[in-house]
Design a protein around this ligand. Structure first.
Ligand SMILES: *Cc1c(COP(=O)(O)O)cnc(C)c1O
Length: 467
């Protein structure tokens, strides 16, 4: 067999496997119990002494992985904030792998450069970010927060006469970092990596919804001076609450500060007129982090770092000099990301946006929010207590006590109709419901709610029997 014929067959086999897997998603148990040791053993123990034919390798991979695949991309996975993948985005990502483009710059891949420029424009328009902002196609919210805060570090220290890129932080003017007690843990990791340390954070209280308390922000800001970075949030992972971006950004700017918005999923509220008010004022911020692999439903990994100050963005993370004003160089894709060489993840983003269009993205956001409310209502009717005002696609649900709630979660996970995780909110245990998948239907929500209520009845968390 010629090499090309063999490759073609191999790719068809892979495509068939993917198709079979995707077709199984609607009915497959969300997560089958698996012994980690057995699963690892399935991948082998000793390093193979010599080569194997590619088709043998592919068959072995499929057999070894199958028992350990979790249907996170399916319609009844409601854990964390987990999206699936739109058909065009899955196919486009396969092409990105097949084309094996290095999305470093225009010379290495004019196609990747053009696709990411176009997708970047579309993203900014949908998310309410100024068209003049720079965009980096990064791995996810963690990387986007790190890049945004690196840009912030550059700007606030440059304004104080300190070149942090050449001199580092030792001896630099102290930078005040102000963030809500409800910030995502990736903010803390970004601050560690950037050399600030997590103890540099001055915490601001959150209000009962989980959004930043503006009075407390004003109080904290009045307590100090000097270089200042504020970390705001659109989309609390428990409640979906969004900080008042207009008022908080105003306050930060009045104090000469930089406003960074972590909107890993919540920034998508902008794309639907019914939820856009939650992120009113989003365009005023200085940097934004958002995910593609959550609500936009493109495959892992995919995130976006946007910056209203492209020069600060590139100065912070580029390692070429192209960004320098007057150099005549045009900024490259890699001037806005932490990676040097990377895959062309923008193709899948472009494909998802091209498939949905403006109305499709709005509809996806609106529909998943409505499904979240439907899920919560069904559980409330069955005796559960709802712990938050459902403003987006996140709901908190609990049964009579912390212990009962945890037992319901364990039973739901064991039973396998759907997957839901637990969380602690304001000192109490809750089930966290997040509907982020494009393929989730009302029937999936109804079946899942019934499964949760059955689990609740079986562990004695609600009176009566749901079947
Ligand atoms: C998911 C999430 C993150 C982290 O994003 P990753 O894509 O996992 O790196 C950060 N902030 C918020 C608010 C999130 O929901």
């Amino acid at each position: 067999m010629s090499e090309m014929v063999e490759t073609a067959e191999l790719l068809r086999t892979a495509a068939n496997e993917i198709t079979r897997y995707l077709a199984s998603l609607p009915e497959r148990p969300v997560a089958a119990p698996v012994e980690p040791e057995a699963l690892r053993a399935g991948f082998g123990s000793a390093l193979p002494a010599g080569p194997s034919p590619p088709h043998t390798v592919l068959a072995a991979l499929c057999a070894a992985a199958e028992p350990g695949l979790v249907a996170t991309a399916g319609p009844r996975y409601f854990g964390f904030v987990t999206g699936g993948s739109l058909p065009s985005a899955t196919a486009a990502d396969l092409l990105a792998v097949g084309w094996d483009q290095n999305a470093f710059n225009r010379v290495l891949s004019p196609a990747a450069d053009a696709a990411e420029h176009c997708a970047g424009r579309w993203l900014k328009e949908l998310l309410g970010i100024p068209a003049t902002a720079s965009t980096g196609f990064v791995t996810g919210g963690q990387a986007a927060n790190t890049v945004g805060l690196a840009a912030a570090r550059h700007r606030v220290l440059a304004d104080a006469g300190w070149d942090v890129e050449s001199r580092g932080l030792a001896g630099a003017p102290p930078v005040r970092i102000v963030a809500s007690e409800e910030r995502h843990a990736t903010i803390d990791r970004a601050l560690r990596l950037l050399g600030f340390g997590t103890s540099a954070v001055t915490e601001v209280r959150a209000d009962p919804t989980g959004a930043i308390d503006l009075d407390d922000l004003a109080r904290v800001l009045d307590q100090g001076s000097g270089p200042l970075i504020g970390c705001l949030q659109a989309g609390n992972v428990n409640t979906g609450a969004c900080d008042d971006l207009r008022a908080a950004t105003d306050l930060l700017h009045q104090h000469g500060g930089w406003a960074h918005v972590d909107g890993a999923f919540g920034l998508w509220a902008s794309a639907n007129p019914d939820t856009a008010t939650l992120v009113d004022g989003v365009e005023l911020a200085d940097s934004w982090a958002c995910d593609g692999h959550k609500w936009l439903n493109v495959p892992y990994d995919s995130g976006f770092a946007f910056c209203a100050d492209p020069e600060a963005h590139a100065a912070a993370v580029s390692y070429t000099a192209a960004y320098l004003v007057g150099s005549g160089g045009e900024a490259a894709l890699a001037d806005f990301t932490l990676e040097s060489s990377r895959r062309a993840r923008g193709f899948a983003v472009w494909a998802a946006l091209r498939e949905l269009g403006r109305s499709g993205v709005a509809e996806l956001v609106g529909r998943t929010c409505a499904l979240t409310r439907r899920f919560a209502s069904a559980l409330a009717e069955g005796g559960a207590e709802i712990g938050n005002d459902i403003v987006l696609n996140q709901a908190l649900v609990r049964f009579s006590s912390d212990e009962h709630t945890d037992r319901v979660i364990a039973e739901v996970q064991r039973e396998g109709t759907c997957w839901l995780g637990g969380t602690t909110w304001r000192g109490r245990r809750y089930i966290r419901v997040s509907v982020s998948n494009w393929s989730t239907k009302e029937s999936d929500v109804d079946r899942s709610a019934e499964a949760v209520l059955r689990a609740a009845a079986s562990v004695g968390a609600v009176a009566g029997s749901a079947g």
